[in-house]
Design a protein around this ligand. Sequence first.
Ligand SMILES: *[C@@H]1O[C@H](CO)[C@@H](O)[C@H](O)[C@H]1NC(C)=O
Ligand SMILES: *[C@@H]1O[C@H](CO)[C@@H](O)[C@H](O)[C@H]1NC(C)=O
Ligand SMILES: *[C@@H]1O[C@H](CO)[C@@H](O)[C@H](O)[C@H]1NC(C)=O
Ligand SMILES: *[C@@H]1O[C@H](CO)[C@@H](O)[C@H](O)[C@H]1NC(C)=O
Ligand SMILES: *[C@@H]1O[C@H](CO)[C@@H](O)[C@H](O)[C@H]1NC(C)=O
Ligand SMILES: *[C@@H]1O[C@H](CO)[C@@H](O)[C@H](O)[C@H]1NC(C)=O
Ligand SMILES: *[C@@H]1O[C@H](CO)[C@@H](O)[C@H](O)[C@H]1NC(C)=O
Ligand SMILES: *[C@@H]1O[C@H](CO)[C@@H](O)[C@H](O)[C@H]1NC(C)=O
Ligand SMILES: *[C@@H]1O[C@H](CO)[C@@H](O)[C@H](O)[C@H]1NC(C)=O
Ligand SMILES: *[C@@H]1O[C@H](CO)[C@@H](O)[C@H](O)[C@H]1NC(C)=O
Ligand SMILES: *[C@@H]1O[C@H](CO)[C@@H](O)[C@H](O)[C@H]1NC(C)=O
Ligand SMILES: *[C@@H]1O[C@H](CO)[C@@H](O)[C@H](O)[C@H]1NC(C)=O
Ligand SMILES: [Cu+2]
Length: 564
Amino acid sequence: MGTFLGFALTLSLLFCMAQGKVLFYDFLVKETPIKMLCETNRTILTVNGLFPGPEIRACKGDTIYVNVTNTGPYGITIHWHGVRQIRYPWSDGPEFITQCPIPSKSSFLQKIVLTEEEGTLWWHAHSDWSRATIHGPLIIMPAYGKMYPYKFDQEHTIVIAEWYTRDTKAIIDEALESGGDPDLSVAYTINGQPGDSYSCSNGSAYNKTVVRRKTYLFRIINSGMNEEMFFGIAKHNLTVVGMDGAYLKPLKTNYLMITPGQTMDVLVTANQTPGRYYMVFSPFVDTNAPSNKNVTQGIFQYNGNYNHSKTPIIPELPGFTNKSDAGNFTIQLRSLNSKEHPSNVPTKITRNITIAVSVNQQPCPANQTCTGPNDSMHSASLNNISFSAPAISILQAYYNNINGVYNRTFPDQPPTLFDFTGNVSALGEAANVTTEVLKIDYNDEVEIRFQGTNFGAAENHPMHLHGYSFYVVGMGDGNFSETEISKYNTVNPPYVNTVGLPKNGWAAIRFKADNPGVWFMHCHLERHSSWGMDAVLIVRDGKKKHQKVRPPPKDMPPCSVSSS
Ligand SMILES: *[C@@H]1O[C@H](CO)[C@@H](O)[C@H](O)[C@H]1NC(C)=O
Ligand SMILES: *[C@@H]1O[C@H](CO)[C@@H](O)[C@H](O)[C@H]1NC(C)=O
Ligand SMILES: *[C@@H]1O[C@H](CO)[C@@H](O)[C@H](O)[C@H]1NC(C)=O
Ligand SMILES: *[C@@H]1O[C@H](CO)[C@@H](O)[C@H](O)[C@H]1NC(C)=O
Ligand SMILES: *[C@@H]1O[C@H](CO)[C@@H](O)[C@H](O)[C@H]1NC(C)=O
Ligand SMILES: *[C@@H]1O[C@H](CO)[C@@H](O)[C@H](O)[C@H]1NC(C)=O
Ligand SMILES: *[C@@H]1O[C@H](CO)[C@@H](O)[C@H](O)[C@H]1NC(C)=O
Ligand SMILES: *[C@@H]1O[C@H](CO)[C@@H](O)[C@H](O)[C@H]1NC(C)=O
Ligand SMILES: *[C@@H]1O[C@H](CO)[C@@H](O)[C@H](O)[C@H]1NC(C)=O
Ligand SMILES: *[C@@H]1O[C@H](CO)[C@@H](O)[C@H](O)[C@H]1NC(C)=O
Ligand SMILES: *[C@@H]1O[C@H](CO)[C@@H](O)[C@H](O)[C@H]1NC(C)=O
Ligand SMILES: *[C@@H]1O[C@H](CO)[C@@H](O)[C@H](O)[C@H]1NC(C)=O
Ligand SMILES: [Cu+2]
């Protein structure tokens, strides 16, 4: 009996045994002691005492309830990254966009409605910088009776994170106050392990023991705060088969580049001489802004008898600044576009939006000392608007028709046209600090062209949209030009929730606005988002009953400002 139960349990972790299940999880946000690197007396905020946090495992189409209880010292929110939350933005999570923070000593029952998502996603805090330690995997297996479109013997989840030596809320609060750079992380971790390239971390590297000839599915989540990552395993090819909760056409490569916010499903076959091989994450740093240039190493080791003591073999990865290798990987990604998983790229565009993406500077307020560039304050913007979060949530203001919380004047085009990626030194670097939303009609077929600019420290910006995945139909260096439209991939472009906008380049995305609600769109580099590189899309209700935002739950966390 015990054996049978164990067997059934193991199977249910690999296959779905029923359709449209309802699952329940408890998330307890609490301060947790942790030993990391040479620090022996630290506490961090975790969910259920775990770093990284607990895995949620569901099947396509399931509904998940998570009872989030906050016992931490300040308010937090949790976001289900990549879940569309059709007609139900109430549980989406970004603070002051769809809810106010869950206050200390209270709970919020969040409902996660899975629909088309299939693959690897994740969840994370979406308030100040709490997500540095409050994050974990959200694994969505094929629906009951369906198969993976590829074969593997075993799966394993890898969460890459950034480790800071102080409370991350204090770090960002101080940086926003002074206008200067926030602290850098001091290490990258793989499933909580910094590995043997750091002091005090010897002999505790993340390691995966493999059996020769078996194929492993690695579900890689970049939960890092501020850096894109290259990844590779010495002597082993990677086959990338999924990304952001959707399948890809298998892409064979010896390295990959993954931005914060992205997830990738990767097959690796243990087909080399038995031994120990390093699996390495190395940052992709295409900017002269300060950055953590550490490398972190885990070990891919064969079981059996061989010389275990040998130092693992190190993979060759692109150098920190290798923009062309990063771009070369990214532009090869294609969606699977099979009969069972077809691409559905919008082709009758009814709304074209161009968004200039900039790192700015704001003048230092009178009588204050600022530590940003040239004694100014760091800032960032989309179409020259540096997003300022309101005191109550935009969703609550929208749903309850409360005036004065936001303006509806986010422009569809950059307010001034210039050589975005050229010499911009003669142009002013300040942006307007306001709360603007972009309203979109239900079922509009939307194209957004993100245009990187050369202000401040230009770099790759992982642009993330809530409520939608989108097709990346084009991408390139320099300024976008209309001649690119004829070269778009409208057949099998990748379907993702986060696109790495190349440094001083552009990216064009498309989606059908079939999910009404209030949806955050922002750079997933935490420092840029904190500086204002954010916008809010309001997708209006459709005319029919099933095209409208559902009513809110009764236990929405309260906002300090009255919402009556
Ligand atoms: C550990 O840290 C706490 C709070 O920061 C402090 O009160 C305590 O004295 C420290 N303990 C040791 C052994 O350093
Ligand atoms: C959520 O958890 C808290 C703390 O355990 C409990 O008090 C509360 O009743 C739970 N809420 C729901 C809806 O289960
Ligand atoms: C890791 O990065 C931090 C911050 O940049 C630096 O102080 C430290 O020396 C680095 N450690 C290693 C092993 O490179
Ligand atoms: C790891 O441990 C070895 C042996 O104790 C030591 O020689 C080496 O310096 C350590 N490495 C780091 C990065 O601390
Ligand atoms: C491998 O990981 C285990 C824990 O999963 C750890 O105890 C062990 O020290 C690690 N081995 C190495 C060589 O880092
Ligand atoms: C990796 O793929 C390349 C290109 O297909 C191939 O030439 C090479 O032999 C492969 N290496 C391994 C270790 O499988
Ligand atoms: C292990 O290393 C020793 C000494 O380098 C060598 O003689 C032996 O053949 C090796 N064994 C294997 C299985 O590679
Ligand atoms: C990769 O980058 C190089 C520049 O280093 C470029 O010449 C080449 O065309 C790129 N390959 C692809 C497939 O984009
Ligand atoms: C938007 O641009 C596309 C080309 O990408 C064009 O076909 C379409 O007519 C434009 N639509 C609007 C509403 O401007
Ligand atoms: C700056 O400080 C001076 C002297 O204390 C004061 O008169 C002035 O009002 C202050 N200005 C601002 C903008 O706070
Ligand atoms: C920024 O503010 C100025 C002054 O109020 C205004 O003229 C301009 O239109 C604003 N720009 C944007 C993009 O809102
Ligand atoms: C809306 O725009 C007006 C005029 O530019 C500005 O004064 C106000 O602060 C803006 N409101 C918000 C919430 O951004
Ligand atoms: Cu950015």
